[in-house]
Design a protein around this ligand. Structure first.
Ligand code: SAH
Length: 257
């Protein structure tokens, strides 16, 4: 996007700030946040980067006002260096898509840079050991923007294909039964002994918790699952070693060790 018209002096950065702690943020994210004139984001994410804020102007908004926030960021970026913060990675259920969609719609060619970040799946996987070293699918259980029938279809297909499954947005106040429904669908095509990891507040400074269980027992841990949790369901070859999950990549079939 280098064709900014001459009246555009600013730039818009959509920045994935990683799972929570500053140590797990990229250097690029750190730099653009420090050098921004204006930062926009929802309260949770702004709290996570508060140590990087000094003279930047900050606009806090609540969840559910994403379209407004994207429009405002684009307007402000005509004359300012603007950072729109997004949790984890800026693509994966993040703000990158909406910002580019709105920019295309209003046909205002501000310079936009998408800065990636560590996504919740990578953060959760690292705490569990090595559950995601081969093919995987990530599915969000939020049916605010995707119809539930489509989510069911994807869950079924991923389970049938023996993909490792990462579940985002497992629950919210409005949707606390979607998780149980999803597990029921996965259990149709995956055995109960398959390892499952439940990771809450991964790599955040507060509230981190990690549980390793199995598909057959996961609903006993239903109360540990909330909107700050990522679930990883292993494939048919995944195993448990102490407090860790390991999915073999296949080396053992070729080499002795
Ligand atoms: N863009 C984000 C995902 C946004 S969707 C990313 O790339 O990580 C929000 C969902 O992500 C939450 O409901 C939860 O399932 C997951 N999530 C985000 N941060 C998390 C964290 N630190 N620990 C566990 N799950 C997290």
């Amino acid at each position: 996007m280098s064709q900014s018209p001459s009246h555009v002096n600013g730039k818009l950065y959509v920045v994935g700030i990683g799972p929570g702690s500053l140590e797990h943020m990229t250097l690029r994210a750190h730099t653009v946040i420090k050098e921004a004139d204006i930062i926009l984001g929802n309260g949770t994410y702004l709290d996570q980067i508060k140590d990087l804020v000094s003279t930047q102007q900050v606009f806090r908004s609540s969840m559910g006002h994403e379209v407004e926030r994207a429009k405002k960021a684009i307007d402000l970026a005509v004359d300012n260096k603007v950072v729109m913060v997004s949790g984890g990675d800026s693509n994966i259920y993040g703000m990158a898509g909406l910002v580019l969609e709105v920019a295309r719609q209003v046909d205002l060619s501000v310079d936009i840079e998408i800065v990636p970040g560590i996504t919740a799946l990578s953060a959760a996987a690292s705490l569990l050991g090595a559950p995601v070293v081969t093919d995987f699918a990530v599915i969000s259980l939020s049916d605010l923007l995707t119809p539930w029938e489509v989510i069911e279809k994807r869950l079924h297909a991923a389970a049938e294909a023996d993909m490792i499954i990462g579940i985002y947005n497992p629950k919210s106040r409005q949707r606390n039964t979607n998780f149980q429904k999803a597990i029921k669908i996965i259990r149709r095509s995956r055995v109960d002994t398959v390892p499952v990891g439940i990771v809450r507040n991964a790599l955040r400074t507060e509230g981190e918790s990690v549980t390793v269980t199995t598909l057959g027992n996961i609903l006993d841990h239903d109360d540990e699952v909330d909107m700050r949790t990522t679930i990883i369901i292993g494939n048919s070859e995944s195993g448990i070693w102490g407090s860790r999950i390991i999915t073999p990549r296949g080396y053992h079939k070729k080499y002795d060790y």
